[in-house]
Ligand binder design. Structure first.
Ligand code: HMH
Length: 202
């Protein structure tokens, strides 16, 4: 299967994006509140960008890929509502500019928007597969973060990722270059959160 080959053949890039110090610090509780909040606010921006990309991909997807992409788009809308609720609870302003890694990732999504459907769908699979693996590496998480970690490691989410893999594999091709770009963008996103304490340290 092309998607499983992409995990096997790029193990180092997957490792960098999923065993990141940010995630290990969420697991052991040493993450600064400011770093976590920076990540959360930037991820809310990112999910809005991802929804736009995914809706466009749905519009041009072949018939068998429609159901999984449509369900995923609904889940992203729900994720945005969840971020709004979290931001209210944590006293965070979501209306902030994108930091450089978020802007660079948005630019990558724009390029994927112009890519052929098999490459774009494989990239979307990588986006979600790496995210599931990343939060799984943080599990169960320190007590104050366990709820977040659980939210991003549900069996429903894992099933969605499997559905994307099946849809991508059905279209064929390997698409190594876009997958490696996604993995680098993910690593840079975690780096960004750890590098910015501007929202206030714990
Ligand atoms: C940075 N990658 C990032 N954020 C997310 N929410 C996902 C992937 C999955 O939706």
């Amino acid at each position: 299967m092309p998607t499983s080959d992409l995990i096997r053949d790029h193990a180092g890039a997957w490792e960098r994006a999923t065993r990141h110090p940010f995630l290990l610090a969420v697991r052991d509780g040493s993450i600064r509140t400011g770093a976590f909040d920076t990540w959360l606010v930037q991820d809310a921006r990112y999910v809005a960008d991802l929804l736009r990309f995914q809706a466009r991909l749905l519009a041009r997807a072949p018939r068998p890929a429609q159901a999984v992409l449509a369900a995923g788009a609904v889940a992203l809308v729900e994720e945005l509502a969840w971020f709004e609720e979290l931001a209210g609870r944590r006293g965070l302003d979501l209306d902030v500019p994108r930091l450089p890694a978020t802007a660079a990732y948005a630019e990558l999504l724009d390029r994927l928007d112009a890519a052929e459907v098999p490459a774009a769908l494989t990239a979307l699979w990588a986006i979600e597969r790496v995210y599931l693996a990343a939060w799984t590496a943080a599990a169960p998480g320190a007590p104050e973060y366990a709820g977040y970690v659980a939210h991003w490691t549900t069996s429903g989410f894992a099933g969605y990722v499997d559905g994307l893999a099946a849809a991508a594999d059905a279209l064929g091709g390997r698409h190594d270059a876009v997958v490696l770009e996604v993995l680098d963008a993910e690593t840079a996103f975690w780096d960004m959160a750890m590098g910015d304490g501007s929202l206030g340290a714990a």
